[in-house]
Design a protein. Structure first.
Length: 286
């Protein structure tokens, strides 16, 4: 049965012979920004939906999975995270999660496209509730250049909350960018990158991310798979790279004692995310 394109938004995964559809009530907005084509829909069952260049970015209903896994595991792995930088992340969902940590003193979000943030403020206000936190600074600039110019060893955690590795985000998956991240991170520093689908991209993007991060000097790398229903295959990943130490020595007691709420993340989820599926062990050689 063909889907009526007026009633359904479909993202086709061209090279994979698959796709994902959401039934829509209406299109709320579309515009060509200086950098990308932005669309907002109201869906029947997933709340608002943001699409950039025909790719699903987030929905109201399930974005918590991604935003919590992009932030809390890395923050609870760092011994004393004070200064956090988010590259991309213009919808502000990751920013909101990072600011739940009272020991974090400063969070700088660097997204190339101010329009993403303005649309998020309008259509996803629940993600933007921490934007006026005095610890937050929202900058609109190219994250590649911003990290290149950052002071050496000045950042504790860099979270790369980017679009797919095409267009303005292509360079956020490049070895030169990881080298600049390594330089900008303090000696206990951690970088965490959204690293696409374990099923579709272990052999390509995820393997290359590990190789490149090791090549520039990171001591320990680990990919955490997690569910994300609206992304290709419904299964997504975040890859952490540590300058020193190991992903297995994270702050367990602090996770249990945390004073903020989460919808997905907890100690058991963190421990589970450290397990590596057999097929990924073979591909990544770990
Ligand atoms: N959760 C999403 C996903 O994985 O599909 C990513 C969400 S967030 C909206 C991605 C952001 O990356 C966008 O707002 C985009 O403007 C930003 N971005 C892309 N390339 C960038 C660059 N070179 N520097 C800074 N931000 C960039």
């Amino acid at each position: 049965m063909a889907l009526d394109p007026k009633k359904w938004f479909t993202e086709i995964f061209q090279n994979e012979g698959t796709g994902f559809s959401l039934q829509i009530k209406k299109k709320c907005h579309e515009e060509q920004s200086k950098y990308q084509f932005l669309e907002i829909f109201e869906t029947e069952t997933f709340g608002h939906l943001m699409v950039i260049d025909s790719c699903v970015m987030l929905t109201e209903r399930d974005n918590f999975l991604y935003h919590e896994m992009m932030s809390h595991p890395a923050i609870f792995t760092h011994p004393s995270p004070k200064n956090v930088v988010i590259i991309g992340g213009g919808d502000c969902g990751t920013l909101k999660e990072v600011l739940k940590h009272s020991d974090v003193q400063k969070v700088t979000q660097v997204d190339i496209d101010e329009r993403v943030t303005r649309l998020s403020e309008q259509y996803f206000p629940e993600l933007c509730t921490a934007n006026n936190d005095p610890r937050a600074e929202l900058l609109f600039a190219d994250g590649i250049k911003w990290i290149k110019d950052a002071e050496a060893e000045s950042i504790d955690i860099i979270i790369i909350d980017s679009t797919d590795p095409v267009g303005p985000a292509e360079g956020l998956f490049a070895i030169d960018f990881y080298r600049d991240c390594f330089k900008a991170l303090s000696s206990d520093g951690i970088v965490v990158q959204q690293s696409e689908s374990p099923l579709l991209h272990s052999q390509s993007i995820i393997k290359k991310v590990h190789q490149d991060m090791k090549r520039v000097g990171f001591a320990n790398t680990h990919t955490m798979p997690f569910p994300q229903p609206v992304y290709p295959t419904g299964w997504w990943s975040a890859t952490m790279a540590l300058k020193s130490g190991s992903v297995s020595s994270f702050r367990k007691e602090d996770i249990d004692r945390r004073r903020f709420t989460t919808e997905y993340y907890n100690l058991g989820i963190h421990q589970g995310a450290l397990a590596i599926p057999e097929f990924m062990k073979k591909i990544l050689g770990c």
